[in-house]
Design a binder for this molecule. Sequence first.
Ligand SMILES: [Zn+2]
Ligand SMILES: [Zn+2]
Length: 203
Amino acid sequence: MSDIVFILGLNYDSNCYLINDNILVDTGAGQNKEYLFSKLRENGVEPEDIELVVNTHCHFDHIGGNHFFPNAKIAVHKLDAIPIKNEDTLGTAASAFGFDDASNSRVDIELEEGDEIADFKVIHTPGHTSGGISLWDGETLICGDTIFAGGGVGRMDIGGNYEDMKKSIEKLMKLDVVKLFPGHGPILENNGKEHIKMSYSFL
Ligand SMILES: [Zn+2]
Ligand SMILES: [Zn+2]
């Protein structure tokens, strides 16, 4: 099992997850650099130690801090790479967060279903965006903004789709998820599967 550290997102920032001291899943909106760096350092990790940034999806509250990690390769699903590469302020939701520039990230690796990142497998979970991914290691599911603790579901009005969301949650319900690590709000150390079912019932 990978070593995972949860970094709670401040303000608009997504949650970030540090895996094995050298992989960071999501980087927040880029407004709280010192906070993010201090959380890494609390765990003995310097920003330059991060070799890989994985974005669960292309929204600005998850990619806005990518440029804090110039040594890292940036990985995102191939479909969500498109709005990032196009600096699309609507597709990345930068404009929805009050930013008129979405040009501060690049994409080095375009991910697909089944790709492996440390002990995790990439699961394509569109619905919140077309190229949203979850990461699954057999116990822990890092699910981006697809679902949230307590049965929430990510909004589907910025690059998302209800039918895709339904299919994605059906896919996730088949997994025996213990720990559920969403893109915002609290994490669950237990009973993740129950919260995924709850999310489906609220759809
Ligand atoms: Zn988000
Ligand atoms: Zn989002």
